[in-house]
Design a protein around this ligand. Structure first.
Ligand code: GTP
Ligand code: NA
Ligand code: MG
Length: 290
């Protein structure tokens, strides 16, 4: 395939790291709203996905992930659907279990990382200690002659944030991500919920273009796309690769992490779901027999 002839898409950047190291606060700064303070107890329950128009005009899709131990599968998915991982490490806490786990996912998915040492405004910040700890765990940071960029930031004061933006944009440009925009849409469910007007799921489109009226299958459910909405709630006529979009029209609510595949028509969508349900049933029966 001649990938270079394909259209560019926004790169997908996933923010990962140990619980409370400041992932949502940093994202918040990047999109200049106040999501961190609205979350119950400051805990990220879901992956949030949104596009940020960076100061240099570039569009980047960000995914937030929770650091809590219970959300392992979300971090696994996050690492798999991303182009870049920003690994957030709090300067007062250094490398912790979910830092190492995020690192492991990024490495196994062969995703480049940028380290953001956060909370450098704190009195007990130990930047050199964090760098030494990262190096000890095999991160080839530039201070030690490697090529992993380390940026010191504070999500509280905003210190270093332009440097983090620049690092993300520079690495994105090097990666030059592109995707087929024609043909059947493919993507991933990044979050889903039952809302007042029905079932909604945020789909991150990886290739192809999704439009109202399309049939899609995700796990053991399907949808005839009734509406596509962006983060601001505006209805869209299409969602191109690299864009997160809220999809309405699901039969049942799909789970976060399921792959989304467009089907040519309603019959094929139903048949695909029926087949998956039968397979699950067979698996249950064989487990009972064993
Ligand atoms: P989980 O999603 O629960 O894993 O947490 P998180 O990594 O998203 O951390 P969050 O952004 O919720 O921040 C955790 C706490 O650290 C909050 O009380 C923030 O206000 C605080 N915090 C975040 N960044 C900074 C920073 O740069 N400096 C200081 N002093 N506090 C910060
Ligand atoms: Na938190
Ligand atoms: Mg968070």
């Amino acid at each position: 395939d001649d990938v270079s002839s394909l259209p560019s898409r926004p790169p997908v950047v996933t923010i990962m790291g140990h619980v409370d190291h400041g992932k949502t606060t940093l994202l918040d700064w990047l999109r200049k709203s106040s999501v961190a303070s609205q979350e119950y107890g400051g805990i990220t329950q879901h992956i949030g996905a949104f596009v940020v128009q960076m100061s240099m005009g570039k569009r980047i899709t960000f995914l937030d992930t929770p650091g809590h131990a219970a959300f392992l599968s979300m971090r696994q998915r996050g690492a798999n659907i991303t182009d870049i991982v920003v690994l957030v490490v709090a300067a007062d806490d250094s490398v912790m279990p979910q830092t190492l786990e995020a690192l492991k996912h990024a490495t196994s998915a062969k995703v480049p990382i940028i380290v953001a040492i956060n909370k450098v405004d704190k009195e007990d910040a130990r930047i050199d200690q964090v760098k030494a700890d990262l190096a000890r765990h095999g991160v080839e940071i530039e201070d030690y002659g490697g090529d992993v960029q380390v940026v010191c930031v504070s999500g509280k004061t905003g210190q270093g944030m332009p440097d983090l933006e620049e690092s993300i944009i520079t690495l994105s440009e090097v990666l030059d991500v592109r995707a087929e925009a024609d043909g059947m849409a493919e993507g991933w469910i990044v979050e889903s919920s039952v809302k007042q007007n029905g079932k909604a799921a945020t789909v991150l489109v990886k290739r192809g273009t999704l439009r109202p009226g399309d049939f899609i299958v995700a796990g053991k459910t399907w949808a005839r796309v009734r509406a596509l909405r962006n983060e601001a709630g505006t209805e869209l006529l299409e969602a191109a690769p690299g864009s997160p979009v809220e999809v309405w029209g699901w039969r049942e609510l799909p789970d976060a992490g399921e792959q989304v595949l467009q089907a040519p028509d309603e019959g094929k969508a139903k048949t695909a779901v029926q087949y998956r349900l039968e397979m699950a049933e067979r698996e249950r029966n064989s487990v009972q027999l064993a």
